[in-house]
Design a protein around this ligand. Structure first.
Ligand code: BV8
Ligand code: ZN
Length: 272
């Protein structure tokens, strides 16, 4: 029988606040749950299905090979749905932390671009107005919904537009070599960019605290990053309404939503 966990008690948050507040080198690892309160469907939650498909069925090179139109239809739907979403208080709290402390670094599994939007918002108003959002930009392990990559020449372009999925002939093609474009994301069975993965692993090894927010910790190699922190002498703090495979190795696992817990956990009493 699934144990029901009490929602995070104030003393648990205080203890985690103390841990995170006294650390300099912090790795924040986020998953789809950090965007749940922005209205972005999570992968494995109740709203993770699209039509009758699970993400694992469509987010693969084989699915794209077999039916590029269907896969582009899913990505075009996600782009439109995510494009209407705004960062929530969790994205903002993380943006402020990474602005306040340059040794606090964000690694995300998400492809929704909401962390980047939160950084731009933090750089345009409030205590970090005028900062450069790129200074704290996240390491994106799995790419971006709003970028395409050419299947022929690897040419990459930013693309937030709608996708014409009426037929295979109307799918986006490369302006350089006319080959079919694909979403610039990492699909299941594809390797992550080695340099990006190396950078994330180095941060995990150096981190005093790995703060894991809103991930089911099922997808590797992302889910192994907190293990690296622990093996290198750091500690893991988790924020998730549900327990995950990481819960057992976390010194603190806060049961609750990111949008509620992160502002309490990360906001210092007086912002600089
Ligand atoms: C690779 C981009 C090898 C696309 C994604 C067995 C063991 C280990 C590995 C494997 C294995 N079998 C297969 C593998 C490999 C596979 C894998 O890990 N599979 C899993 C499913 C078992 N991994 C891969 O294929 C990776 N590549 O291994 O390559 C290789 C190496 C070299 C050369 C060639 C090959 C590539 C994985 C990347 C796949 N792409 N996304 C797209 O987005 O379309 S993964 C996808 O899942 C998303 O990126 C997502 O971020 C990621 C993880 O999901 P979560 O973010 O955790 O989301 P989820 O819905 O699962 O959970 C949400 C959580 O939030 C929940 O816990 C929920 O409780 C919580 N929550 C809900 N509301 C809130 C909340 N939390 C806080 N606040 C809230 N309000
Ligand atoms: Zn091309």
């Amino acid at each position: 029988m699934e144990r029901t966990y009490p929602l995070a008690e104030a003393h648990q948050i205080d203890r985690a606040r103390q841990l995170v507040g006294s650390a300099r080198r912090i790795l924040i690892l986020t998953g789809a749950g950090v965007s749940a309160e922005s209205g972005v469907p999570t992968f494995r939650g109740p709203d993770g299905m699209w039509r009758k498909f699970r993400p694992e069925q469509l987010a693969t090179p084989e699915a794209f090979q077999a039916d590029p139109r269907l896969v582009w239809e899913w990505y075009g739907w996600r782009r439109e749905r995510v494009g209407a979403c705004r960062p929530n208080a969790a994205h903002a709290a993380i943006a402020h932390l990474t602005f306040r402390n340059e040794d606090a670094r964000l690694v995300t599994q998400n492809v929704d671009g909401l962390h980047e939007l939160a950084l731009e918002e933090a750089a345009s108003e409030g205590p970090f107005k005028g900062d450069s959002a790129s200074r704290a930009s996240p390491i994106r392990l799995h790419g971006s919904l709003f970028q395409t990559r050419c299947t022929g020449c690897d040419h990459r372009t930013l693309d937030r537009g709608p996708v014409d999925v009426r037929s295979e002939a109307s799918l986006p093609r490369c302006s350089e070599c006319a080959a079919l474009l694909r979403p610039d994301v990492v699909w299941f069975g594809e390797g992550l960019d080695p340099e990006i993965l190396q950078a994330a692993m180095r941060l995990a090894e150096r981190a005093e605290v790995c703060l894991v927010v809103g991930t089911s910790a099922l997808v590797h190699p992302a889910a192994s990053l907190p293990l690296l922190t622990r093996e290198s002498g750091g500690v893991v703090v988790e924020v998730n309404p549900e327990p995950t495979p990481l819960t057992a190795l976390a010194v603190s696992s806060l049961r609750g939503s990111a949008g509620k817990i992160l502002p309490e956990l990360l906001t210092v009493s007086a912002e600089p």
